[in-house]
Design a protein around this ligand. Structure first.
Ligand code: SF4
Length: 466
């Protein structure tokens, strides 16, 4: 296993910028809104990417910093932005995220928002600030930092109520719904945060709602310190950004840090943790779903062994997908993330030892390097977000889309890949992509051979008359 670290020049990055990830946990809080302190362009770029992934209108306000605000400070812009936001949306919570520009000119959003609430007589209104300069990290870091800041701003010491906190990474709304279904099957009383399963995948309703229904209730987040345990689906988040570690250190809530339940091993870990916490028996329906997944694995293994995968995206997803590939005989030849992912190599090492092929693990990388390594290692299937289409365009490596963002296809919000059922659906997508590629290339080589023989025959025939 070889690990390659960051490059000094990034060409075609393998990550989104930090505030884009920071917006998502706010979309998972009931009746909440976000304002970006920075230029209009940042907000437009992020709205566009998020809207294309979820296929929903995405409202994100902007303080519209211009040249004047940049030179003299953006306090006035941010305050009037907050006024407009309150007037137009009447939210119950506001997130203030910074951008490159606001951080570079040293805007103190904590001070500005505290002053604002004082001036407007709104001292009880929750405003959560998150410092997210684009150069400060990836969307992965932005997501987790925002999730932690929301919990730490709202959490209050509460009486024990026995619910379980379930903190989820940036997965699809369909995945969140599947996790909630499993929690209900395991008879778990839970608070899931951030819950954007409805807000970012809404049913069509009239009249249009400026803030869609759904999301974790503010009161439920405040009561998270009274839970019996926290199940956090992220092994790769840093201790500083981890909401689960925050709840453990501040309020003594036992933490079960688990991977995304994609793959049979990871789903077993999730369900067994629920069994341990609640004492509930695993219901027959989950045993049945597990059995079906095993059957699916047996059916597809004879095709999957030919797979050489390049896996990229945020470190948490990359970890779960790599494990799933190994379980199913697809050899991961390149595992890449645009973020820092300092523990990714350590986490993957025990699973990679049995792979007969060396795996290149790239962190803080870009698509230029991923492309080179994919060609060197003979990758024949790419697994990750839409930016990997570059590998298809340039090298003909087919792409199975998963993760964020998926902006060149519809249905990113409906992609299911967690739990036994979601894993089986995901595995079918992988196997069918390998099969499609095999048949395409097999036929092409067959036709090429036929064409060459025909040409040779024609040349031979012609020579007889010369
Ligand atoms: S990288 Fe910085 S300037 Fe670019 S969109 Fe993100 S926050 Fe804005």
């Amino acid at each position: 296993m070889e690990t390659l670290n960051c490059r000094s020049v990034i060409e075609n990055p393998c990550t989104m910028c930090m505030p884009m990830g920071g917006i998502l946990p706010f979309k998972g809080v009931a009746q909440s809104m976000v304002i970006l302190h920075g230029s209009q362009g940042c907000a437009t770029y992020m709205r566009r990417h998020i809207a294309e992934h979820f296929n929903e209108p995405i409202d994100v306000a902007s303080s519209s910093l211009n040249e004047k605000g940049t030179v003299y400070g953006g306090e006035k812009n941010l305050k009037s932005g907050l006024d407009n936001l309150l007037k137009l949306y009447n939210p119950s919570l506001i997130g203030v995220l910074t951008t490159c520009l606001a951080e570079t000119i040293g805007e103190d959003t904590d001070m500005i928002t505290a002053q604002y609430l004082q001036e407007r007589g709104l001292t009880d209104f929750p405003i959560v600030t998150v410092p997210t300069p684009g150069y400060g990290g990836s969307d992965f870091e932005g997501y987790w930092l925002a999730a932690k800041r929301i919990i730490s701003a709202l959490a209050c010491k509460t009486k024990k109520h026995g619910k379980i906190n379930v903190i989820i990474p940036n997965i699809s709304p369909a995945d969140i719904r599947e996790i909630k279904r499993i929690l209900l099957l395991m008879k778990t009383d839970f608070t899931l945060f951030p819950d954007f399963s409805d807000t970012l995948d809404s049913a069509f309703v009239r009249p249009y709602q400026k803030i869609p229904n759904g999301g974790t209730e503010k009161d439920d987040i405040s009561a998270m310190p009274g839970a019996a345990a926290t199940v956090q689906l992220s092994l790769t988040v840093t201790d500083t950004n981890s909401p689960g570690i925050y709840l453990e250190r501040e309020f003594g809530i036992p933490l079960y840090n688990l991977p995304i339940p994609t793959g049979i091993g990871n789903t077993d870990l999730f369900i067994n943790a629920l069994k341990e916490i609640t004492g509930a028996e695993i219901p027959p329906v989950l045993h049945q779903e597990r059995g079906r997944l095993l059957d699916c694995m047996i059916d597809s293994h004879k095709y999957n062994f030919a797979g050489r995968s390049v896996i990229f995206g945020d470190p948490e997803l990359v970890y779960a997908v790599t494990k799933t590939c190994i379980e199913n005989g697809i050899f991961p030849v390149v595992v890449a993330t645009g973020g820092k992912a300092s523990n990714l190599k350590r986490l993957l090492q025990p699973h990679l030892v049995e792979c007969p092929i060396e795996t290149q693990i790239l962190s803080e990388t870009d698509f230029a390097q991923i492309r080179v390594k994919s060609m060197e290692t003979g990758a024949n299937i790419a697994i990750g977000h839409s930016d990997g289409r570059y590998l298809t365009e340039k090298e003909g490596i087919p792409l199975v889309r998963i993760g964020f963002p998926i902006h060149d296809r519809v249905g990113g919000q409906r992609l299911l890949s967690v739990g036994y059922t979601g894993t089986a659906i995901f595995l079918d997508r992988l196997t069918n992509t390998l099969l499609e590629n095999k048949y395409k290339n097999y036929r092409r080589s067959m036709y090429e051979k036929h064409y060459q023989e025909k040409k040779a025959g024609e040349r031979h025939g012609l020579q007889q008359f010369l």
